[in-house]
Design a protein around this ligand. Structure first.
Ligand SMILES: Cc1cc2nc3c(=O)[nH]c(=O)nc-3n(C[C@H](O)[C@H](O)[C@H](O)COP(=O)(O)OP(=O)(O)OC[C@H]3O[C@@H](n4cnc5c(N)ncnc54)[C@H](O)[C@@H]3O)c2cc1C
Length: 309
C-alpha cells in the first residue's frame, strides 16, 4: 500500500513521538476532530447529542499494550464504571475493548477474567465488542472470544477484511452464532498475511460482507455490523441486504466519531442502524496516527491547525 501509509503506521509505534506529540497545541486541536474530548463525561455528552439524531454509540477508552497488572485492573474497573454511568443516563451505548488494554500481554487468564467481569456487568440486550489488533493477536483474540461466547451470548468481535485468513475465521465462528463487526483493518501487515492492494481489500470486504448477510439471514450470526466509512461499499451492501429481504433497521453500519457525519445522519434518517464509535482518553497517539494513515489527506488538516488561532 502507499508509502505515506507505511510511514504513518511506523510512526504510530514510535515512543518518542508518542511521548512528545501531546505537548503540541496544533496536534491536540487536530485530535479533537476525531474525539469529543478526553473524559468519559465528554463521551456521554456526545452520545446524548447523537441519540437526538437517532444515532447509537459505542464507547472505547483509548489505550493498548498495557504492561502493568494494576493498570489493567484500573482499565477493567473503568469499564465497569462506564457501564454504570451509561445505565444511569438511560443510554443504549455499548462498549468496545482492546484485549491488550486488559492485560493480554501480561497474562491470558488475567485478561480473560477482566473481560468476563465486564461482559457479566453489561446489559443482556447490549453487545460488548472486542477490537481486533495487529495480526499476532488474532489467534488469541479469537480463542478468548470463543471462550466468552461459550458463557455469554452478548459479545461480539471485530474481524479484518485485509487478512487472508478472515474468510476461514468466519466459517469457524459461525457454528457459535457470533456477532461480528467487519472492518478493513488498520495495522501494518506483510503481504503473506494481508492483501497489499486496497482494491483487493475492498473486494474481500464485499465478499465477506455478503457472506455475513447470508449467515445472518440463516440465523447463523447473531449480529453483523459493517464498520466502514466507504460510502460506495455501504451502498452495495445495503442493496444486497434489501435483496436478501433485510429490514432497514437490520442493516447496521458503524463509523468513527467525526468521520462521514453526513452519511451517519443519512443512514439514521433512512431507518438503518447507524452507530458511532466514540473514543476518549489521554492515550490517543497511536490511535490518532492510524486515523491519519487511513487518509493521508488528513495531514493537510493538521497543517491548517498549525496556523489556527
Ligand atoms: C466502528 C469502527 C471500529 C473499528 N475497529 C477496528 C478494529 O478493532 N481493528 C482494526 O484493525 N480496525 C478497526 N477500525 C478501522 C478500520 O480497520 C479502517 O482502518 C478504517 O475504518 C478505514 O477504512 P474504511 O473502511 O473507512 O475505508 P477506506 O476505504 O479506508 O475509506 C473510505 C472513505 O472513508 C473516509 N475515511 C476513512 N478513514 C478516514 C479517516 N481516518 N479520516 C477521514 N476520512 C476517512 C474517506 O473519505 C475514505 O475515502 C474500525 C473502524 C470503525 C469505523
Amino acid at each position: 500500500m502507499g508509502l505515506m501509509r507505511s510511514f504513518l503506521l511506523a510512526a504510530s509505534q514510535n515512543h518518542w513521538l508518542r511521548d512528545h506529540a501531546s505537548h503540541y497545541k496544533f496536534v491536540r486541536r487536530s485530535v479533537s476532530r476525531f474525539m469529543p474530548g478526553e473524559t468519559l463525561d465528554d463521551a456521554l455528552i456526545a452520545a446524548q447529542t447523537l441519540r437526538g439524531k437517532k444515532i447509537g454509540t459505542v464507547f472505547t477508552r483509548l489505550g493498548e499494550n498495557i504492561g502493568d497488572r494494576a493498570e489493567a485492573q484500573e482499565v477493567a474497573d473503568h469499564y465497569l464504571e462506564v457501564l454504570e454511568r451509561i445505565g444511569q443516563k438511560g443510554l443504549q451505548t455499548e462498549i468496545s475493548v482492546k484485549l491488550t488494554q486488559l492485560g493480554l500481554d501480561l497474562s491470558r487468564d488475567l485478561c480473560f477474567d477482566h473481560l468476563k467481569a465486564i461482559i457479566a456487568r453489561a446489559p443482556k440486550d447490549s453487545t460488548v465488542w472486542i477490537d481486533m489488533e495487529a495480526s499476532n493477536y488474532v489467534d488469541v483474540t479469537l480463542d478468548l472470544y470463543r471462550r466468552s461466547l461459550g458463557e455469554f451470548p452478548n459479545v461480539g468481535v471485530c474481524l479484518q477484511a485485509y487478512l487472508h485468513r478472515t474468510k476461514d475465521d468466519i466459517a469457524k465462528l459461525l457454528p457459535l452464532r457470533p456477532s461480528i463487526r467487519l472492518v478493513k483493518g488498520a495495522y501494518m501487515e506483510p503481504p503473506e498475511i494481508a492483501f497489499p492492494r486496497k482494491a483487493d481489500v475492498d473486494a474481500n470486504y464485499f465478499e465477506l460482507g455478503r457472506a455475513l448477510l447470508r449467515a445472518r439471514k440463516e440465523k447463523a450470526c447473531m449480529r453483523v455490523a459493517f464498520a466502514t466509512h466507504d460510502v460506495a461499499m455501504i451502498r452495495r451492501l445495503s442493496e444486497q441486504a434489501s435483496k436478501e429481504g433485510f429490514s432497514k433497521a437490520n442493516f447496521e453500519v458503524q463509523m468513527l466519531y467525526g468521520i462521514q457525519r453526513g452519511e451517519q445522519e443519512r443512514l439514521a434518517a433512512e431507518g438503518c442502524t447507524s452507530i458511532v464509535l466514540v473514543a476518549y482518553g489521554t492515550f490517543w497517539y497511536p490511535w490518532f496516527v492510524r486515523r491519519l494513515a487511513e487518509r493521508p489527506a488528513n495531514l493537510w488538516f493538521i497543517a491548517r491547525n498549525v496556523f489556527a488561532l
